[in-house]
Write a protein that binds this ligand. Structure first.
Ligand code: ADP
Ligand code: MG
Length: 406
């Protein structure tokens, strides 16, 4: 078992000839007409699905997709099931899709599965009971299978019928974490439990309010915290720097000031930008590099400056563990992408265990072409942040064999 957490890995379940319910995260982005624009969440679940198929399990997959209001046909799992069928070919000949989440039709499809076959349930959120963690829905879902596997790390911070309610209905030895879930837990644990030092945290992005708790927890664990993005603007403003028309979360200034004061004397080093790239706005054709106390009143900060990049990159180069969440500038615009791309490359070049979480940060890794050089790219934005914030995720806790504390 994954010792610390007392969670059984999927490899320890005797699944041959058995029905195995697998909660996956197939919440893929869709374009017009419902076509999937990115199938990476389906690909991420393939190792667990193939593991079960190869051992002769009868696999029942379930996920939510988008935010349907009732049984919205536009949010059917059909495009997901079709893509999955392509990806599983030739190991699996056919992927069946139920026309409902639970009920006679779904039971029939599952009952007709033979060893090594795969079915997909319709969108879990077609059932209002999913998000309410409704007991009747949990019972109906649990009734579909002999074993429960959770591989949906991206949904582990939600206490829903498919992540918590139904799990309690499986007896000891009948529930487990999938391979993706185990990988997420293993790498994210290295950021909060079994830390190799020096440990460097890089935080940027725009959602200051949502990330302050993460910073507070990591400031107690890390050796250095490097801050960029709107997060840095808010901290610099809290120190009294005039930042022109920069985006700042002004209702977080006190929190930022208190944070800096609290960690002033502790051993963690908090590094803020010393130079910045500024312009009239994100659509300006280029920026200007200025010192932190030289931001013109009609300009906005859009990236960290080259001296800051060098200082940050040196810290990353000597680290043994690095966690990065949040772009350091407006990387969507070429003139202001330099800082973020340079940090992505620094992470890729380092020998540290590198972990990256957050939708935009992962997009920046791809833009820099270095995603495959990162030790672990987390599939769960919100879930990975809650994990490093030190919160217990209900979807992980429910997999524990005993009620022991973490
Ligand atoms: P993630 O998705 O990785 O968690 P966030 O969603 O918190 O990251 O933040 C990403 C956004 O932050 C990007 O769209 C980026 O343009 C924006 N951003 C970063 N730095 C700045 C800045 N200085 N001014 C305005 N927006 C910024
Ligand atoms: Mg984002």
């Amino acid at each position: 078992m994954a010792t610390m957490l007392n969670i059984r890995p999927v490899s320890e379940l005797p699944v041959s000839g058995k029905r195995v319910f697998v909660r996956v995260d197939f919440n893929c982005p869709q374009g017009k007409g419902g076509a999937l624009t990115d199938d990476s969440r389906i690909r991420a679940a393939l190792p667990t699905i193939l593991h079960l198929v190869e051992r002769g399990a009868r696999v029942v997959l379930a996920s939510h997709l988008g935010r349907p209001q009732g049984k919205t046909p536009a949010l059917s799992m059909l495009p997901v099931a079709e893509r999955l069928a392509e990806l599983l070919c030739p190991q699996v000949k056919e992927v069946r899709l139920t026309d409902e989440v639970v009920g006679d039709g779904a039971r029939k499809v599952v009952a007709d599965l033979r060893d090594g076959e795969v079915a997909v349930l319709e969108n879990l959120r077609w059932e209002p009971g999913e998000e309410k963690n409704d007991e009747a829905l949990a019972r109906a879902l649990a009734g579909l299978a002999d074993f429960y596997v959770n591989d949906a790390f991206g949904a582990a911070h939600r206490a829903h019928a498919s992540t918590v309610g139904m799990v309690k209905l499986f007896p000891p030895g009948h529930k487990a974490a999938g391979l993706l879930m185990l990988r997420e837990i293993e790498f994210l644990s290295r950021l909060v439990q079994t830390i190799e030092r020096p440990y460097v945290v890089v935080v940027g992005g725009a959602k200051v309010a949502g990330k302050i708790g993460v910073l507070e927890n990591l400031a107690n664990l890390a050796d250095a915290i490097l801050i960029g993005g709107v997060m840095a603007n808010t901290f610099l403003a809290a120190q009294g720097h005039a930042l022109g028309r920069s985006q700042i979360e002004s209702d977080r200034l006190t929190v930022a000031r208190n944070f800096l004061k609290r960690f002033e004397t502790s051993k963690v080093e908090i590094l803020l930008p010393t130079d910045l790239v500024v312009a009239r706005g994100p659509d300006s054709p280029g920026g200007e590099v200025v010192e932190v106390d030289e931001v013109p009143p009609d300009c906005t900060v859009l990236d960290i400056g080259p001296k800051t990049v060098t200082r940050f990159a040196l810290r990353i180069a000597t680290a043994r563990t690095v966690f990065w969440n949040g772009p350091l500038g407006v990387f969507e615009k070429a003139p202001f992408a330099g800082g973020t791309l340079a940090i992505a490359r620094a992470l890729a070049a380092s020998r540290a265990t590198s972990v990256v979480g957050g939708g935009d940060s992962v997009a920046a890794l791809h833009a820099a072409g270095v995603a495959d050089k990162i030790s672990h790219v987390s599939t769960g934005g919100g879930a990975s942040l809650e994990f490093v914030e030190g919160q217990t995720l209900p979807g992980i806790t429910s997999l524990r064999e005993s009620g022991s504390s973490q």
